[in-house]
Design a protein around this ligand. Structure first.
Ligand SMILES: [Zn+2]
Length: 303
């Protein structure tokens, strides 16, 4: 028997990211593969996951493989039900990937995996209760209560991005209107910047401009930061967490996003002079959080 290693693979909207951890959770290797060119091909995506995992094998295969996927995962962790950016539809991804790789496989939603990673190794380490909000293309979310990730009756808790914040608001990819992620996400950032500047910039370009002091770009971050705080206030009213961890690519800009969010959180919460307002803190584990959390799930099981 070789020493124990675990592999986690995160499948997002744009890439497949794999990490290998040791038994203590230390990251030993990482690898990234692009999403398959045939984006609608479920089999090609599963093969890309298996190849990304193989990229980080040690001399021996890992003890188990965790898969973190952007979308709805059923309560048993067997099936990937739906994700706007992935081709799987009610697909038995866990068992199928286990057959393909010959490994024990554990499957969960990407935000749940990121929350587990932040809870075990990152920004929520000492917390018994926390919320995770990840802001990327859209919004992902997870709920931690009693020191555990709460999945809900059907595995679907924490889908904060599609809470309606504006009745009859902007149309969302999910088919509804006025979803939170239409106002607070990478896509929202691009839209606000486009309206203000009259030309298209992608998220990283807006971020670079904001960091350089550009007022229009900073205003775009203030807009989505304010929406972040408004939405988080609703979540704080519901869950009363110790802290709220904000991750995802858009959050890399730091206080240009989080400062207006904190102001809006206080302004949108009742009784703030008489209650604890949870800290709004940046995630610590960066873009690998989902993959690291998946590897931890492989180590510990879904619990
Ligand atoms: Zn939606």
């Amino acid at each position: 028997m070789g020493r124990a290693t675990y592999v986690g693979v995160d499948v997002g909207g744009t890439k497949v990211l794999a990490v290998r951890i040791d038994a203590d959770g230390a990251v030993e290797a990482t690898a990234t593969r692009p999403m398959p060119g045939r984006a609608a091909d479920a089999d090609a995506l599963e093969e890309a996951v298996a190849l990304a995992a193989r990229d980080v094998y040690d001399v021996a295969p890992p003890h188990a493989l965790g898969l973190s996927a952007a979308g709805l995962v059923d309560g048993a962790g067997e099936r990937f039900l739906f994700g706007a950016h992935l081709p799987w539809r009610d697909a038995p991804v866990r068992s199928s990937l286990a057959r393909r790789t010959g490994l024990a496989v554990v499957l969960d939603n990407d935000a749940n995996c990121a929350a587990l990673a932040e809870l075990t190794l990152g920004a929520a380490r000492e917390a018994r209760s926390a919320l995770l909000v990840t802001i990327g293309t859209g919004i992902g979310g997870a709920v931690v209560l009693g020191g555990r990730v709460v999945r809900g009756a059907h595995g679907l808790a924490g889908e904060f991005g599609h809470m309606q914040v504006v009745p009859d608001g902007l149309a969302c990819e999910c088919g509804l209107r006025g979803c939170w992620e239409q106002y607070c996400s990478g896509r929202a950032l691009e839209r606000v910047a486009r309206v203000a500047l009259g030309r298209h910039l992608d998220g990283p370009e807006v971020t670079a401009l904001a960091r350089a002091g550009d007022e229009v770009a900073r205003h775009a971050f203030a807009s989505i930061g304010t929406w972040l705080g408004v939405g988080v206030a609703g979540l704080v009213s519901a869950f009363d967490p110790e802290l709220v961890v904000v991750g995802g690519g858009v959050s890399a800009v730091g206080d240009l996003l989080l400062a207006p969010a904190r102001t809006a959180l206080v302004g949108s919460l009742q009784g703030t002079a008489y209650r604890a307002v949870p800290a709004l803190v940046p995630a610590r584990l960066g873009p690998e959080a989902g993959a690291i959390g998946a590897a931890l799930l492989a180590r510990d099981g879904r619990g």
